[in-house]
Design a protein around this ligand. Structure first.
Ligand code: ZN
Length: 402
């Protein structure tokens, strides 16, 4: 159980906590001595919060470990990702609204382009847009496999999710994506005896899917990865006594939130302002809101330093909408670093800002950035400690012991 020592300490309160995650927030200078993306961004609002609050930096998984966004979010929510392993297929399928139950086996799929010899020439089928992918997903939905119920749902562009429900299924199955072009898709191989049945059923499904897709110009093949099931994670209400909501645009983040017991808010639009308006709209209904901004990470992965700076500035410009709701605790951080210079997730610790006007201890830092956070009052600590800190600053924890 995450933070099970907290449970006896939980105290009733009507205080409100917001956890704002800028995905891949942490960065690096382009040239030694220069600013990082967050340091280069003009963020008057977050700098004011930094001056009034306390800074620190978090280690998402363990020092030196580069995290995926799924496990990194589990850590933010207080679940040690080395204990709670969740296949990304289960996160993505849950995120697009498939009811993934314990015992189901979910996978995430990519449409791919295959050459005449069956090797993969494009792992993303030319990133076919959603309107081209939807009819293909419909074709896949028509595939039937004896003894199991198969659900296929579109996720975004070239991506979809597959979920199988039946007796005796287990998700320890190897990815079929070889992760390189010039190779054929791999077979779904079971990693243990218990998963052999599901692996065999998936092999049947893949063969039929291949047949259905073979004459498509771009998406004439596909791969599956991230096999997983509902891991029965402890629920937020039980663990923290919090009625929690997720405000996110991308399916995987909705999925991981749903699996820990958060409600997923429905709203129009994709901008930080749209998300913050939603936070305000549902304010009265929740004790805790997790709000997720994706584009910082996307820009980092594209190597677009200025683009990442602009996304951070956009968040800052819209943030007043959240502050107007007068949260008791606002935590702003990332799930991991995605330095534009590396075009990839990295292991670096992630800057964190804790603002709690009533109970916070101001440190000497006056701007939100990597170096200020490295010198901040909270020091460097595991991401799994964010929730206890947030609860304490929200007046939701009693004394431990006499
Ligand atoms: Zn991420």
């Amino acid at each position: 159980m995450p933070a099970d020592y907290l449970k006896p300490l939980l105290r009733e309160s009507d205080s409100k906590i917001v956890l704002l995650i800028l995905d891949g927030l942490g960065g690096l200078p382009v040239q030694a001595g220069g600013p990082t993306e967050l340091e280069a961004a003009k963020t008057p609002v977050m700098d004011r919060l930094a001056a009034e609050g306390t800074l620190g930096q978090i280690v998402p998984i363990r020092p030196g470990v580069t995290p995926g966004s799924g496990p990194a979010h589990l850590a933010l929510f207080g679940y040690d990702p080395l204990t709670y392993l969740v296949g990304r297929g289960a996160l993505e399928a849950t995120g697009v609204g498939v009811d993934v139950r314990p015992g189901d086996v979910a996978a995430r799929g990519n449409f791919a382009t295959l050459a005449l010899d069956g090797t993969i020439s494009d792992r993303r089928a030319g990133r076919i847009p959603t309107d081209e992918a939807l009819p293909l997903v419909e074709m896949l939905q028509a595939i039937e496999i004896p003894d199991v119920r198969v659900q296929v749902k579109h996720v975004k562009e070239y991506r979809f999710a597959v979920v199988m429900r039946g007796e005796g299924l287990s998700p320890e199955i190897e990815d079929t994506d070889p992760l390189r072009t010039g190779l054929k898709p791999l077979a779904p191989v079971a990693r243990d005896k218990a998963s052999e049945k599901a692996a065999g059923l998936y092999a049947q499904w893949i063969a039929k899917a291949q047949e259905v897709l073979k004459d498509q110009p771009k998406a004439n093949g596909m791969t599956l990865r991230g096999f997983g099931t509902d891991p029965r994670l402890p629920q937020y209400q039980d663990v923290y006594g919090l009625k929690a909501a997720c405000v996110a645009v991308y399916p995987m983040y909705k999925g991981v939130s749903k699996l820990v017991g958060m409600d997923v808010a429905k709203f129009e639009g994709e901008s930080p302002q749209d998300e913050f308006n939603t936070v305000a709209d549902i304010w009265a209904d929740y004790d805790f809101q997790f709000c997720h901004v994706k584009k910082t990470d996307s820009m980092g992965e594209d190597g677009n330093f200025d683009g990442k700076v602009a996304v951070i500035e956009g968040v800052d410009a819209a943030l007043q909408t959240v502050l107007d709701m007068q949260p008791d605790v606002l935590v702003i951080t990332g799930d991991h670093s995605t330095p534009a210079r590396m075009k990839y997730h990295s292991w670096h610790p992630v800057p964190l800002l804790l603002w709690a006007p009533e109970r916070g201890l101001r440190d000497p830092q006056t701007a939100f950035g990597e170096r200020a956070c490295a010198a901040g009052g909270l020091g460097t600590f595991p991401a799994t400690d964010i929730m206890p800190l947030a609860l304490a600053h929200a007046g939701r924890l009693d004394k431990f012991g006499a």
